[in-house]
Ligand binder design. Structure first.
Ligand SMILES: CC(C)(COP(=O)(O)OP(=O)(O)OC[C@H]1O[C@@H](n2cnc3c(N)ncnc32)[C@H](O)[C@@H]1OP(=O)(O)O)[C@@H](O)C(=O)NCCC(=O)NCCS
Length: 168
């Protein structure tokens, strides 16, 4: 049984933070190194950080496969700009390639339709090649480089990718 459900309770938030630590430690270690992984987990994916984001309008979702957490998604709608940002989309290492990512993307597209938004965008690390290719296969195009100073002596060295939403 597979389901994607909205993150609501404190327990859900704690589950997302745990998943984030597991997935980021595995996936980003070779890309940005341990010090930046720790810094970014604390700043963006700790329980207080996620709770604060949700209070600002971030929609978090948990993908649950056979009763166990399999991945998570965070969306940020911007009605004024008619866009939806995919802030986070992560699947556990051993469960990749089973269309869980695609189902989360489909949920993002449904949210776009429901809110009448024109496009979906995200940022992805320039060296995160497999994910960039995955986004391209799923209709996103490269919209240029984005380098952001995130403090602590670290930068996010990203690409912006955009997908126009057909049903807006
Ligand atoms: C990018 C990501 C969210 C995609 O989710 P996913 O569930 O693996 O994706 P899907 O199963 O929907 O699609 C994976 C594609 O790779 C293929 N694939 C096969 N084996 C795979 C494997 N072991 N790992 C990844 N993809 C695999 C699938 O057949 C599918 O091909 P297609 O797109 O040509 O049809 C996920 O791989 C992930 O969490 N990556 C690491 C974290 C990350 O970089 N997130 C994005 C941050 S910006």
């Amino acid at each position: 049984m597979f389901d994607i459900r909205r993150v609501v309770t404190e327990q859900d938030v704690a589950e997302v933070a745990l998943l984030a630590r597991e997935i980021w430690s595995q996936h980003y270690l070779p890309i940005i190194g341990q010090a930046q992984v720790d810094y970014m987990l604390d700043k963006y994916q700790s329980v207080p950080a996620i709770t604060g984001q949700m209070a600002e309008g971030y929609e978090y979702y948990l993908a649950v496969n056979q009763g166990a957490s399999a991945g998570y998604l965070a969306l940020v709608p911007d009605v004024a700009a008619s866009t939806l940002m995919i802030s986070k989309i992560y699947v556990k290492h051993g469960l990749r390639g089973q269309c869980i990512g695609r189902k989360m993307l489909a949920l993002a597209e449904r949210r776009c339709s429901e809110r009448g938004l024109r496009s979906i965008w995200l940022t992805v690390n320039k060296h995160n090649r497999q994910s960039i290719q995955w986004y391209e296969r799923n209709g996103f195009v490269n919209a240029g480089a984005l380098v952001a100073d995130i403090g602590g002596g670290f930068v996010m060295d990203d690409l912006k990718m955009v997908k126009e939403h057909a049903e807006a």
